[in-house]
Design a protein around this ligand. Sequence first.
Ligand SMILES: [Ca+2]
Length: 203
Amino acid sequence: MNKNAFFAILFVIILSSCTLFKKDDGPILPQEIRQWAVSAEASSSAGGKYGANRDDQSPTAATGEPDVSECMDDMKAWAPEDADDGLQWIELKYYDEVHVSQVRVKESLNPGTIIKLELKDGDNYFTLWEGIDNRRHKDCPGFFEKRFFAMEGNISLNMTPFKTDTVRVTLDTELPEWNEIDAVELVGYANKWYYYNNTVQIE
Ligand SMILES: [Ca+2]
């Protein structure tokens, strides 16, 4: 065997082994839609109940992408009217209705006050999560994140069966000092989908 033939055979062997061990990319999944809020209202606000600016601590300050980079009192985050004033909520709206897979709340001052995350379903509110956040006084600024998960028979569902464009975040502001929210991200899908027999089923 001459030298060229040897390298030609070697090349073919390497090429075929690459094909043989090519990573299986799996089925193509529906595209995830990630959104920041386009409008918001709140139970109270340091910047007026229905403010219209992203730099006045009104509910509107929690719309759009996060824009507070440090853990501090900042006009670009929503703050309730008082530092310690019981339960307060902010409700945010998004451009597209989605089957929700995740909600991410960016807390930018004294995190740990979130006690409930709800998704508006028609005239009702579906509770995505309710409880005590054990991250108190950690990760600031940081994200409080909750994913949807449910079983439908033997099928695991990673997104809500209903579509929504509205998220409500409730805080217990009795945690000492001011609590502020910079932004809230809604993550989901245009269509409900799930795995069945190793294939993706889209409804
Ligand atoms: Ca903001």
